[in-house]
Design a protein around this ligand. Structure first.
Ligand code: ATP
Ligand code: MG
Length: 347
């Protein structure tokens, strides 16, 4: 995390669907911080499927330029994924991760007491730039018909930097425990490189000696995540395993509407609720704003505004614990605005 700066400029990209309802909620939460974040400046930016249907591009050049040149960080809402492949359309969030080199996807999963049967307090750190998601696929014809192949890229550089990020996060937590996820018993070359690179991070920085490290095969990690999630503190994984594990972990704590994330690199951080655009509830004013508000807190924490992040998280926790004002996904009848107002009041 970089040191806290004086004035913060935040790009807001609500994009599609309920993103338009929950990103404004996150903005009000930041504004409520007063002197902890003095004079935040917000810049409204467009991207997404609706932008694509209107202008022909999903991620306008201007949005990218403003993010790069004028913003310290950003909050991204959610994009609708078209059910069929649409010619010329590709996801702006995937493009932004690449352009801004946001190589880490960090997803804390913490149980909401009213919902969870188990106590979970963990962070899944997912490598965000390579693995099978380099999207190099080929289809050919072999002796027995069609064959398809995909390239899985693992580099020492990307594994090392995600490893560093994971060690830093583990070091900042009370338990200081890191689990490295891989499948190197089967994929000894690719997963072997990931595992070795992450482990080597510890030997090169004496601060990280304070972190205890465990390794786990991805299949057994999923099993144990469901059986005894409390054993995990910070988990680090290559892109595909991290994708699956982070959704599985989110399922442990109930609604998608409460799980935040950030996409982080060395020079930029972007908060993003884990949920999608939720077309089934869009327009009704009942989307849960908690995931976005927590994403704002996570973004601020990553930038070094620890106290500000703490104030937002505490306010959210207190509203959820009271259980009076909950959106329908949490079993209540409250509107987005009512929940936001209650959180803002507590901040
Ligand atoms: P997309 O294609 O954009 O991912 P989706 O149909 O997969 O859309 P998600 O947003 O991923 O929808 O959500 C899955 C389910 O969880 C939906 O029923 C949705 O209403 C619900 N949901 C997601 N986010 C929220 C939220 N913030 N508040 C309430 N319900 C939510
Ligand atoms: Mg979805």
């Amino acid at each position: 995390a970089t040191a806290a700066r004086k004035s913060l400029t935040i790009g807001l990209i609500p994009a599609d669907g309920i993103g338009k309802e929950v990103i404004p909620a996150a903005r009000t939460a930041i504004e409520a911080l007063g002197s902890d974040i003095p004079n935040p400046k917000f810049i409204d930016l467009i991207a997404g499927f609706e932008t694509f249907t209107r202008t022909g591009v999903a991620l306008p050049e201007e949005t990218v330029e403003v993010l790069k040149n004028d913003c310290d960080c950003a909050l991204f809402g959610s994009v609708s994924s078209p059910s069929r492949k649409v010619v010329g359309y590709s996801s702006p969030i995937v493009a932004l991760r690449k352009i801004l080199d946001l190589y880490a996807n960090i997803r804390p999963v913490v149980s909401v007491c009213i919902l969870s049967l188990v106590h979970v307090d963990m962070i899944v750190v997912r490598e965000n730039t390579e693995c099978l998601y380099v999207k190099q696929e080929q289809q050919t014809f072999g002796e027995h018909g069609k064959e398809a192949r995909a390239t899985r890229l693992i580099t020492e550089r990307a594994s090392t930097r995600i490893g560093k990020m994971a060690f830093e996060l583990a070091l900042a937590r009370p338990r200081k425990h890191l689990t490295v996820i891989h499948k190197s018993n089967v994929l000894s070359v690719t997963d072997g490189l990931f595992r070795e690179s992450v482990r080597a991070v510890q030997t090169k920085d004496s601060r990280f000696e304070a972190v205890t490290v465990a390794e786990q095969l991805v299949d057994s990690a999923v099993y144990r995540l469901f059986r005894e999630p409390q054993i995990y503190d910070v988990m680090v994984a290559p892109n595909l395993y991290g994708d699956i594990l982070s959704d599985a972990a989110a399922a442990l704590v109930g609604s998608l509407g409460v799980v935040p994330s950030v996409n982080a690199g060395d020079t930029f951080v972007m908060g993003e609720p884990v949920h999608g655009s939720a077309p089934d509830i869009f327009g009704q004013g009942i989307a849960n704003p908690v995931a976005s508000i927590r994403s704002a807190a996570l973004m601020l924490r990553h930038l070094g505004y620890t106290e500000a992040a703490h104030r937002i998280d505490n306010a959210v926790d207190s509203v959820l614990r009271e259980g009076q004002l909950l959106t329908p996904d949490l079993g209540g009848t409250a509107k987005t605005q009512e929940v936001t107002d209650a959180i803002v009041k507590r901040i």
